[in-house]
Design a binder for this molecule. Structure first.
Ligand SMILES: Cc1cc2nc3c(=O)[nH]c(=O)nc-3n(C[C@H](O)[C@H](O)[C@H](O)COP(=O)(O)OP(=O)(O)OC[C@H]3O[C@@H](n4cnc5c(N)ncnc54)[C@H](O)[C@@H]3O)c2cc1C
Length: 202
């Protein structure tokens, strides 16, 4: 049964998914299978393309590196088979490039309508959530799935001072227990993140 997702009144979208990495894609695939109208935002597999070292191999083994889907045929092994690759065991180290290709393959099949627009702001609104896109578009959603990964939360003391909404120990943060912290926890703002590739082992 599909749960009540904060109501689906006029003009209200049932679900917004923020993020098109492995978790955002899996969530979107399951929501689509449950016939829940959803919009998915993000650059497919962006963290893997821009925040991982060149030449990296995955730490997770092939049987633990599949993206979840309600139907069969979307595991990492299925991707390899579809490309004519021989089956591999769990001692096979997955090159990061191969995992990125798998993620894109999954996205094209299960979540073809990913919108490559960033979400700028999420706030409590109208019994649900107000979502503002980088394009300026405003959406009211019954539920928001945050699958933006860790990159937006990267914090360098020298490079970018934290915002009140994302620093656990700053006044007004969700951890300080004040009334302004409650306000802060009702709002999420995207922080710009670098798209430069991390230096890898040479
Ligand atoms: C060096 C390194 C090695 C790793 N190795 C492994 C491994 O071997 N196996 C493993 O399982 N995990 C590994 N991980 C962890 C891996 O990153 C996570 O398992 C996985 O990527 C998390 O998926 P995710 O969908 O939550 O987030 P991500 O993959 O980070 O995806 C985030 C998505 O959110 C989108 N996004 C972010 N901000 C916004 C915004 N404001 N608006 C719209 N979209 C937004 C991005 O465009 C992207 O599509 C590794 C991580 C690192 C750093």
């Amino acid at each position: 049964m599909v749960p009540e997702l904060g109501g689906t009144g006029h003009g209200r979208l049932p679900v917004v998914v923020v993020g098109a990495g492995p978790y955002g894609l899996a969530t979107a695939a399951w929501l689509a299978a449950a016939d829940v109208t959803t919009r998915v935002f993000g650059e497919p597999m962006e963290s893997w393309r821009t925040h991982m070292p060149d030449g990296m191999f995955l730490k997770s083994v092939p049987t633990a590196s599949s993206i979840s889907a309600p139907e069969g045929g979307h595991r990492f092994a299925d991707f390899r088979a579809a490309r004519g690759g021989p089956p591999v065991g769990d001692t096979y180290p997955i090159p990061v490039e191969e995992f990125i290709a798998y993620g894109r393959w999954f996205q094209e099949r299960r979540v073809p309508d990913v919108e490559r627009t960033a979400v700028r702001d999420v706030r409590a609104a109208d019994g649900g959530f107000g979502v503002t896109l980088d394009s300026g578009e405003e959406i009211i959603a019954g539920a928001v799935v945050m699958a933006g990964g860790l990159a937006p939360y990267a914090y360098s003391r020298r490079a970018s001072p934290p915002t009140r909404a994302t620093t656990p120990t700053s006044p007004g943060s969700p951890a300080d227990g004040s009334r302004s912290s409650a306000r802060a926890s009702r709002r999420w703002r995207a922080r710009p993140c670098s798209t430069s590739r991390a230096p890898g082992p040479r």
